[in-house]
Write a protein that binds this ligand. Structure first.
Ligand SMILES: [Zn+2]
Ligand SMILES: [Zn+2]
Length: 240
């Protein structure tokens, strides 16, 4: 149902791209020149991955402390270093390597359920630096679908030797053409007023409400009933 909504929004050109967190940030193609650190991953309050990441950081620190205590731990560190080097990470000093390890662990955790980490783009993201393009021009490729880079990366690209330009890993050069960036439509204002309700403040509160009242959404019949009850609660906050 989420995806149906997103498809509709795509048709209305509100959404420009649909990916998932894993594909977008954890798979580095040849064209992506930016280093993606954990601090660049988007999240909402109460999301799954920041909690997991925090646990992992604690775990990494714990492991490090353990290693300092027992010098035997060196062997383990070397193995991890080798694993990172094999994965193409070369900067193994201090925070950089910690971030790499965190990203690697996060990637492994998220990968089996990547489809659930839906990412909806309201702006195109640059294929080189991964930043979102909200103004200026977007440089698209005639041959490659979904390759576009920002003004900044385009200028940098022009400085490069011909063979180093897009597409990477190929001798030929693709021509890039500029497309004006049209911002998000301004008429996305909601005509309805905001209704405050403690049941909908957080995901957890809403989940509790559903659990306590056995609001289920697994069949159409139940989903209809649950939706009506949820709306009733919203509009009649004082009713017990
Ligand atoms: Zn860029
Ligand atoms: Zn191309």
């Amino acid at each position: 149902r989420c995806l149906a909504m997103i498809r509709k929004a795509t048709k209305e050109e509100i959404v420009v791209e649909l990916t998932n967190l894993y594909d977008h940030f954890f798979i580095t193609t040849g064209e992506c020149k930016a280093k993606v650190t954990a601090s660049r991953l988007p999240y909402f309050d109460g999301d799954y991955w920041p909690g997991v990441a925090e646990d992992m950081v604690n775990q990494l620190h714990q492991e490090e402390d353990d290693q300092k205590l027992q010098k035997k731990g060196n062997a383990k560190k070397i193995i991890r270093k080798r694993a990172l080097e094999a994965a193409g990470h070369t900067d193994l000093s201090g925070n950089a390597s910690e971030d790499d390890m965190l990203m690697q662990k996060l990637g492994e955790t998220i990968y089996p359920m990547e489809e659930d980490f839906i990412m909806v783009h309201l702006q195109y993201s640059c294929s080189n630096c991964r930043s979102f393009m909200s103004s200026g021009k977007r440089w698209a490729c005639h041959q490659c679908r979904s390759f576009y880079i920002c003004d900044k990366c385009y200028s940098a690209e022009q400085e490069l030797e011909e063979r180093e330009r897009h597409p990477s890993n190929s001798r030929e050069t693709h021509e890039l053409h500029p497309v004006d960036i049209v911002g998000v439509p301004e008429e996305t204002k909601d005509g309805d007023g905001i209704i405050e309700s403690k049941f909908f403040d957080t995901r957890h509160a809403f989940l509790s409400l559903c659990q306590e009242n056995h609001y289920q959404f697994d069949t159409l019949r139940r989903a209809k009933h649950s939706s009506m009850m949820v709306l009733y609660r919203l509009h009649n906050p004082t009713v017990v």
